[in-house]
Design a protein around this ligand. Structure first.
Ligand SMILES: C[S@@+](CC[C@H](N)C(=O)[O-])C[C@H]1O[C@@H](n2cnc3c(N)ncnc32)[C@H](O)[C@@H]1O
Length: 396
């Protein structure tokens, strides 16, 4: 809902000073203006002297914490923060979540959702520690995510938090979610990054036009329409301009993960997090030919061949990324009881001194197993669109 900024800030003020407040975060900046602090976080704390308002501000390097007494001191501190040109306010109370976003034109977009649970402050605090985004957060109700998906998304966000630098970069952080489907991760990543003090500009890409329509309507409903947009197109070719700093891909099917990685390299994205889904491509290549001696038993049974194909595919992907100049970790981002597709390739651009060694290791592996991964083909051909950044070095 669009309204005047003065009215919206008055609503936010009432919530910040209400006894129902559980947590609030102010971050980002209004067009052409810079707040004196990068981020402010408010929450009630119980001290011997009674309940105070705790305010933690950060200038982007170190946090400053103060506890303010209720009444005029809290009102003055809140008014001071409301006068800062923050671009976003996120306020949670025991019965609602309110998001205020200031548009480029200086208008206010206020989105209010009612919590569907009788939350109490202590439970809220416990949950906040357990999850980056509370699984009962109304955001998830709005986007319709199942409990299993909420857990997966939360685990993925934890891996994201561990990947990005601290403090987060200032200025717009361009993010793309490739194969976004229903955009659970897209919206949750946006919310998490705003809460963390970044200025995310997020694009979700999916080949399905119906998903683009649904997700775009949802972004408008949530008040995120300017910052979270959707493109219907293939991962290989969809136009994302300017190129993203951060590439996410959660369970993009089969070789769509290769398309996502090739695109990330072509864009020279600074950070890439990809959790692959099914791996059919290399499994099919292994099935068609004998294994090199003495590794026949590794692929003699169907299930062994499938599992080995998974390992070989992701090993080759990681090696190709290293050869392309990325530092790569291969980790489990969530326990396998939640999803068997729990492997995450996590890559940061730069700081890889021995690229020729990675290229040699890669060449020996594909040579012995006589396989041609799709990622290799894409990088060697350099056909994947890097939009406006120059193409990255191809690996043959
Ligand atoms: C298994 S779903 C995962 C969706 C979402 N990332 C999630 O985890 O909930 C895979 C999605 O990738 C999309 N997809 C698969 N191949 C694609 C391609 N080559 N280009 C664009 N989208 C693709 C599908 O349409 C589908 O929505």
């Amino acid at each position: 809902m669009s309204q005047s900024l003065t009215d919206a800030l008055a609503d936010i003020r009432a919530l910040l000073l209400s006894p129902q407040l559980t947590r609030a975060v102010a971050a980002g900046r209004q067009r052409g203006r810079t707040p004196s602090v990068a981020r402010a976080q408010l929450r009630p704390v119980t001290l011997r002297a009674g309940t105070h308002l705790q305010i933690v501000t950060t200038d982007g390097t170190r946090p400053l914490t103060r506890n303010v007494a209720p009444g005029p001191p809290a009102e003055a501190a809140v008014d001071e923060l409301l006068a800062e040109p923050f671009g976003n306010w996120h306020v949670e109370t025991t019965d609602s979540t309110v998001q205020l976003r200031v548009t480029k034109k200086g208008a206010a977009q206020l989105h209010r959702s009612t919590a569907d649970r009788a939350a109490t402050a202590p439970a809220g605090h416990d949950r906040a520690k357990q999850y980056l985004l509370d699984p009962d957060d109304p955001l998830f109700t709005a986007i319709g995510a199942s409990a299993a998906k909420r857990r997966q998304v939360d685990a993925f966000l934890r891996a994201l938090a561990a990947t990005l630098p601290d403090p987060l970069p200032t200025g717009p952080l361009r993010v793309v979610d490739l194969g976004c489907g229903n955009a659970y991760l897209t919206f949750a990543a946006y919310r998490y990054l705003v809460d963390a003090g970044a200025e995310p500009v997020v694009t979700g890409v999916d080949v399905r036009t119906d998903q683009r329509r649904r997700n775009t309507a949802l972004a408008a409903e949530l008040g995120y329409a300017d910052q979270v947009t959707f493109v219907a197109g293939t991962i290989e070719q969809a136009v994302v301009d300017p190129p993203p700093d951060l590439v996410l891909a959660l369970h993009a099917c089969d070789t769509a993960t290769d398309d996502a990685l090739a695109r990330a390299v072509a864009w020279q994205a600074r950070w890439v997090l990809a959790a692959p889904c099914c791996h059919h491509d290399i499994a099919a290549q292994l099935r068609r030919q004998p294994a090199p001696h003495p590794y026949g038993p590794l692929v003699s049974a169907g299930i062994l061949r499938e599992r080995f194909a998974d390992v070989l595919t992701d090993t080759l992907r990681a090696t190709l990324l290293r050869a392309a100049g990325y530092r790569v970790d291969v980790v489990e981002f969530i326990d396998s009881q939640h999803t068997p597709r729990n492997l995450l390739l996590r890559a940061r651009r730069g700081g890889v001194p021995d690229s020729p060694a990675h290229q040699r290791a890669y060449a020996e592996l594909v040579d012995q197993w006589n396989v041609t991964p799709r990622l290799q083909t894409l990088l060697a051909a350099g056909t994947t669109s890097g939009d406006t950044r120059p193409p990255a070095t191809a690996v043959s």
